[in-house]
Design a protein around this ligand. Structure first.
Ligand code: SER
Length: 318
């Protein structure tokens, strides 16, 4: 039986990943790790154990690892790309000093570790269309710098110490539960809230700005499937390209308009977000993930839009 710690359990991905892991492995086997400024609430709090697990405080992670006999850590603590530009030192402290703490605890207690990378680990000099698994990674954002470092440090702990580190490069993740904060891809979540609230959406990115995106159920499935994969099949570890859909603001707008005919959108470009988005790939090639651990997404833009609108309507009209 597995005992899992999710660090960042109240965040955008963690809040849903923790519940999904509890469904699969049993409520008592999945610990929601949080920091005091972001305590678990509602179902997350009620459905299983939680504990303080602050990546910047190694002791706090070690205490949880020992107390709950943790064998797998999903380390989701991070600042997203836009906010990392305004707080680069904090982004490094959480992303890299924090990762170091997690990896050291994992080495001592024999835990497997999942620490996501991102489409943000690529930069201007990366081939932008069907970006290969192994290619140039020279990002100029602090978010990207921490993500490339995450990949390298995770691989280092695997080859040097045998710590079972694995990860994916997440695209923009779209969900109807916990909103993201401070990311470049956030617009693709915000646009659904505007549509359901009957508001005009002001898009911070230009038409023609393509980025990879993914619906949350696929993102959760990717993380869990990779951690379950037979190690002998993995030629790569940190981190796998995964892809589900690629669109620009105009395409997601048109897709939503099919269901909300009088939905309006205007463009007001945010230069920082635009420059970050321009430096990221338009679409990733995820062949290695498909070959090495049978990655396959379920949702495309059409089916995601139907589900997002339905779930958000139910949530916002409560
Ligand atoms: N969603 C992230 C961001 O926009 C990308 O991985 O920062």
């Amino acid at each position: 039986m597995k005992n899992i710690l999710v660090i960042g359990a109240t965040g955008q991905i963690g809040s849903e990943l923790t519940l999904e892991l509890r469904k699969r492995y049993g409520d008592d086997h999945v610990i929601a790790g949080y920091i005091p400024s972001a305590m678990p609430k509602g179902e997350l709090k009620a459905s299983g154990p939680s504990a303080i697990a602050d990546v910047t405080d190694r002791q706090s992670i070690e205490v949880v690892a020992r107390q709950f006999k943790i064998d797998t850590i999903y380390n989701l603590a991070a600042l997203l790309s836009v906010v990392a530009e305004s707080r680069p030192a904090m982004a490094w402290k959480i992303g890299i000093d924090g990762l170091w703490n997690v990896l050291e605890v994992a080495r001592e207690y024999g835990c497997a570790v999942f620490t996501p990378s991102s489409i943000g680990s690529f930069g201007e000099t990366t081939p932008h269309v069907k970006t290969p698994q192994d290619t140039i990674q020279r990002p100029r954002t602090m978010y990207g710098v921490t993500k490339v470092t995450t990949e390298l440090l995770s691989d280092y702990y695997y080859t040097r110490y045998g710590v079972d580190t694995r990860a994916v490069r997440f695209p923009g993740i779209i969900s109807n539960v916990t909103p993201p904060g401070g990311g470049t891809t956030d617009y693709a979540v915000d646009i659904y809230y505007s549509a359901v609230k009957g508001e005009k959406f002001v898009c911070p990115l230009k038409p023609g700005t393509y980025m990879d995106m993914m619906y949350m159920p696929d993102a959760l499935n990717a993380a869990i499937s990779l951690m379950e994969a037979a190690p002998a099949r993995l030629k790569h570890r940190n981190a796998f390209n995964i892809a589900a859909m690629s669109f620009d603001p105009e395409q997601i707008y048109q897709e939503i308009k099919k269901h909300v005919p009088n939905f309006e959108m205007a463009y007001e470009v945010d230069p920082l977000k635009q420059s970050i988005a321009d430096s990221w790939p338009d679409s990733l090639d995820d062949t290695c993930a498909r070959e090495e651990w049978d990655w396959k997404p379920q949702y495309d833009l059409e089916s995601m839009t139907v589900d997002m609108l339905e779930k958000l309507r139910a949530k916002l009209n409560k």
